[in-house]
Design a protein around this ligand. Structure first.
Ligand SMILES: O=C(O)CC1=CCC(=O)O1
Length: 259
């Protein structure tokens, strides 16, 4: 199956490499992306894990549903999707917005991998300005800036087709879904939850991340009891695209320790 209904929306998902003896590894997307961003990591990890990929509410081929979107609502969707595939809990790896979603339902989490993660992203007025900009001019007006945040200059010079493709991905996200998740990010603050995380946790960030500062991610790791921290060299925000070898090595080593 590739689609399922959760509450008021249809969700696009895939389970890859399912086997009863393999730990479940669920990937949770960043704002403005769909699950294709994980492809190069998934192909490296597929024999080791049962992998769940899905498009978040209002992204990719998943529907938006009605009403406001919050980080908690995104997390409820993930929790229900794990139930749909018959898995009570998983190692959850979230990128950016996905990192907030990843640790909102502790009962569903065996271990956490938080990539380009913060407990709170930006100031509310920045999100309001972004929402106003997308309402007025569409996502396309942001796309070049996003590419600079997502990818290092070296990657952009060496891989212009990939960058053009991911630019297409972001500008083709449903505008209403993108705006709804901007509002979720504006209102989402998991600072109080960070100190309560009780599962093995790894925080990862690229040293050239243009969306979050590596030192802020290091601070998040310090706030989470026992969390490890990894800085990936020569990488920006879109770690699974720019650094799939390093990402998959780090994920495998962490899962070995966490099991
Ligand atoms: O879109 C951005 O600016 C970076 C970002 C913040 C949360 C997220 O998922 O992406």
């Amino acid at each position: 199956m590739q689609f399922t209904r959760i509450d008021d929306a249809v969700f696009h998902y895939q389970v890859i490499g399912a086997a009863p003896d393999r730990p479940v590894l669920a990937f949770v997307n960043a704002l403005g992306t769909d699950f294709r961003i994980w492809r190069d990591v998934v192909v490296r990890l597929v024999g080791r894990f049962s992998i769940l990929l899905y498009d978040a509410r209002g992204h990719g081929l998943s529907g938006s549903g009605e009403g406001a979107v919050t980080i908690e609502r995104h997390a409820d969707d993930l929790a229900q999707l794990l139930d749909v595939i018959g898995k009570g809990s998983a190692i959850i790896c979230g990128l950016s917005m996905g990192s907030l979603v990843a640790h909102t339902h502790p009962e569903k989490v065996k271990a956490l991998i938080l990539c380009g993660a913060l407990a709170r992203f930006g100031e509310p007025e920045d999100w309001d300005a972004r929402i106003a900009s997308v309402e007025a001019n569409g996502i396309e007006a942001l796309a070049d800036t996003l590419m600079e945040h997502w990818f290092t200059e070296g990657f952009r010079v060496d891989n212009p087709a990939d960058v053009a493709g991911y630019r297409n991905m972001v500008i083709r996200q449903p505008g209403a879904g993108y705006i709804a998740s901007c509002a979720a990010l504006r209102d989402g603050d998991l600072t109080a939850l960070s100190g309560e995380v009780a599962v093995p946790t790894l925080c990862i960030v690229g040293d050239k991340d243009g969306a979050v500062s590596p030192s802020a991610v290091a601070n998040l790791a310090r706030a989470i009891p026992g969390a490890r921290f990894e800085l990936i060299k020569n990488a920006a925000h879109m770690l699974p695209v720019e650094s799939p070898d390093t990402m998959s090595d780090i994920i495998t080593a962490f899962a070995d320790l966490a099991e």
